[in-house]
Design a protein around this ligand. Structure first.
Ligand SMILES: [Zn+2]
Length: 286
């Protein structure tokens, strides 16, 4: 096996598009700087709502296949070469929004055996040996069952991998500082008349918003704003982009952040850090 770069970053996401919205600038930046960036996506998002009318005939497996192609295109825009699907393509189905009958489908990710799914992810961790992992918080950022399950699987996989010989040194959750979200929505109100979206979302619609004190890490990805926007555009069934804003299928405008924020929840960081690998000795040699 060829030797991997010194710095290795793992991100775990629920559906195609979540990686670009949450971490697109971070992924593009670390890939450009020579780190090995691995994305594990847990489902193909077959129950997502489709925005373009001409693609609304896509449902179920056909939508999953289409979204898999969108994900590949997004990763090309981000310069990320290592994208994987948890357990292989189609292993775990999209569970749909919380509270619908689809949540009970035995094939859906929400019904997955936690340890079996985490074991699949732990195998990736043992292969890549990332120093840093990025996941959602315990509410999945906003309560979607697949996001909650992705959180559980990621945290359990880190434990399993540690038992089997690789300790991930730092684990982060995706965050947005409340002050940053609030300021962005103030700007959005001013600019809304010039945007192709009729209405604005609110701070409550943004996943992972927390009080500023909880933010440990800011990654300035402004140099990769174009790559992030292009990656989001690649998910055309899910996202309408009008930089520096975008909308999901609800057509509510929200800000597109190019500085991305994190809360360190496991491991030792550096105060005010601006690098996910800060304080990791083995990675600084690169
Ligand atoms: Zn999602």
């Amino acid at each position: 096996m060829t030797e991997l770069p010194a710095r290795r970053l793992l991100l775990v996401h629920a559906h195609p598009d979540d990686e670009s919205i949450n971490n697109g600038a971070t992924m593009a930046r670390y890939a450009a700087e020579g780190a090995h960036v691995t994305l594990v996506t847990c489902t193909l998002g077959e129950r997502g709502e489709v925005i373009p009318p001409e693609l609304r005939h896509l449902t179920g497996a056909a939508l999953g296949a289409h979204r898999r192609a969108e994900l590949s295109a997004a990763l090309r825009e981000l310069g990320v070469q290592d994208g994987r699907l948890l357990g292989g393509a189609g292993r775990y189905g999209d569970s749909g929004m919380m509270g619908i009958p689809d949540n009970e489908d035995p094939a859906c990710f929400w019904q997955a055996d936690l340890d079996a799914a985490a074991r699949s992810l732990a195998e990736v961790i043992l292969e890549i040996r990332p120093q840093v992992a990025v996941a959602y918080d315990d509410n999945g950022g906003y309560g979607h069952p697949d996001h909650i399950q992705a959180h559980r699987v990621a945290m359990r996989a880190v434990e399993l991998a540690a038992e089997d010989g690789h300790r991930v040194e730092k684990v982060y959750w995706n965050r947005v500082p409340r002050s940053v979200a609030e300021a962005a929505f103030v700007r959005l109100q001013d600019e809304l008349p010039g945007l192709p979206f009729a209405k604005s979302a609110t701070v409550a619609d943004v996943p992972g918003v927390v009080d500023d004190e909880r933010i440990t890490t800011a990654i300035d990805g402004s140099a990769y704003a174009a790559a992030k926007a292009a990656a989001m555009r690649a998910h055309a069934t899910q996202i309408d982009v009008a930089e520096p804003y975008f909308a999901l299928s609800n057509e509510l405008a929200q800000p597109l952040f190019t500085t991305e924020y994190y809360e360190l929840v496991y491991g030792r960081g550096v105060p005010g850090e601006t690098d996910l690998f800060a304080g990791i000795a083995t990675a600084e040699a690169s």
